[in-house]
Design a protein around this ligand. Structure first.
Ligand code: ADP
Ligand code: TRP
Length: 335
């Protein structure tokens, strides 16, 4: 039987080059493997922590859906769905919460970061934390375990969440007998972390992103604004910088070697940026066209999602039934 791979993207902002390289592109490549069945979804329940406006949630969900399809997700091969349309995930979330220690959740990076922030500002440690954020890793474990997933293709920052899903699966299996596949993260070592306009990790939270499908003029402008040092064109340059970090993701091996040679002897930032624009645009332009098509014909996307929601729900119901029986919630589980 084929192994299952699953990943989700939260509709919390306009998808950017970091999301594309770290999560979307590797996931699409994985979906071409005939020995793996993939489920890719829009993690809208997970977005509720961040997005508080109805209009924004609807708009950003549309962005993420069109992005998946524009990047090559084939809905005939991949089960493409919206998390909130498979509400079985919330029931599993509850079942899993009861095998999850509070201590495990206390160690989550996102939770700890908010506690540290609040403490540093002299406030109550939990002032910035709601239960959606605190339970986030359990809901993510439910996403993964509900579909018997073995592989979870994600960017490096999601490693801890998948490790937690693994711990939760093992705790459940230990208490109730083998029920869930124990998942593992798939992290593309070649991508790891993509830097943003200011040289930090590209992230919606830092406001330093290059939107994947901004138009050519905006793409050029954003690239020309990437922070660089004040070295002269003739000065040798380190390849450990945002420009080279992005260039090597889009250029061919020969182009990367040539650019590295030019960095070693000195290249003007303006030339390096112009070439960066050209390799990014070469890859993105055809996808941008598809993205615009789906945005303008969103009824097509909704139909595809409706079909995917049904397919996902069928699997979800079976797994949930199995989990309820393992626990002894359903009478037919009594032997
Ligand atoms: P953001 O940090 O912008 O809010 P998300 O947390 O929604 O991004 O991430 C969605 C997916 O994209 C995750 O799998 C994450 O690992 C990946 N990702 C996000 N930013 C980057 C980055 N700068 N480099 C590599 N992968 C990234
Ligand atoms: N937490 C992931 C992120 O921030 C999104 C996500 C939710 C996810 N559920 C998932 C990723 C299940 C992989 C599998 O990017």
């Amino acid at each position: 039987m084929n192994k299952i791979a699953i990943t989700g993207i939260k509709p919390t902002g306009i998808p950017h080059l970091g999301n594309y390289l770290g999560a979307i592109k590797p996931a699409i490549e994985l979906s071409h493997n005939p020995e793996i069945d993939c489920l890719y979804f829009i993690a809208d329940y997970h977005a509720l922590n961040y997005i508080k406006s109805k209009e924004e949630l609807i708009e950003l969900t549309k962005e993420v859906a069109c992005t998946w399809l524009a990047c090559g997700l084939d809905p005939k091969k991949v089960v493409f769905y919206k998390q909130s349309q498979v509400p079985e995930v919330t029931e599993l979330n509850w079942l899993l919460a009861n095998v999850t220690s509070k201590g495990l959740m206390n160690r989550a990076h996102a939770y700890k970061a908010l506690v540290e922030k609040s403490t540093a500002e002299g406030g109550d440690p939990d002032a910035l934390v709601n239960m959606g954020l605190y339970n986030y890793p359990i809901l993510m474990a439910a996403d993964i375990l509900l579909f018997n997933s073995k592989y979870v293709p994600v960017g490096a920052d999601q490693k801890q969440h998948v490790e937690m899903a693994r711990d939760i699966a093992k705790a459940f299996n230990k208490r109730y007998g083998y029920t869930f596949v124990v998942p593992e993260e798939l992290i593309n070592k070649k991508v790891a972390t993509i830097y943003g306009l200011d040289g930090r990790k590209m992230s919606k939270s830092y406001n330093n992103t290059i939107p994947l499908f901004c138009d050519e003029a905006k793409l050029k402008k954003l690239i020309s604004g990437i922070k660089t040092d004040s070295s002269l064109p003739t000065d040798p340059k380190s390849t450990d910088c945002a420009i080279f970090n992005l260039y090597k993701q889009f250029a061919t091996a020969t182009e990367v070697q040539n650019m590295a040679d030019r960095f070693a002897v000195g290249v003007s930032w303006a030339d390096a940026k112009a070439e960066l624009f050209s390799v990014i645009n070469r890859e993105i332009a055809p996808m941008r066209e598809k993205y615009n098509y789906y945005k303008n014909n969103y009824d097509i996307v909704e139909k595809l999602l409706a079909d995917g929601n049904n397919r996902a729900q069928k699997i979800a119901r079976e797994t949930l039934k199995r989990a309820r029986q393992s626990i002894g919630l359903d009478s037919n589980a009594i032997i």
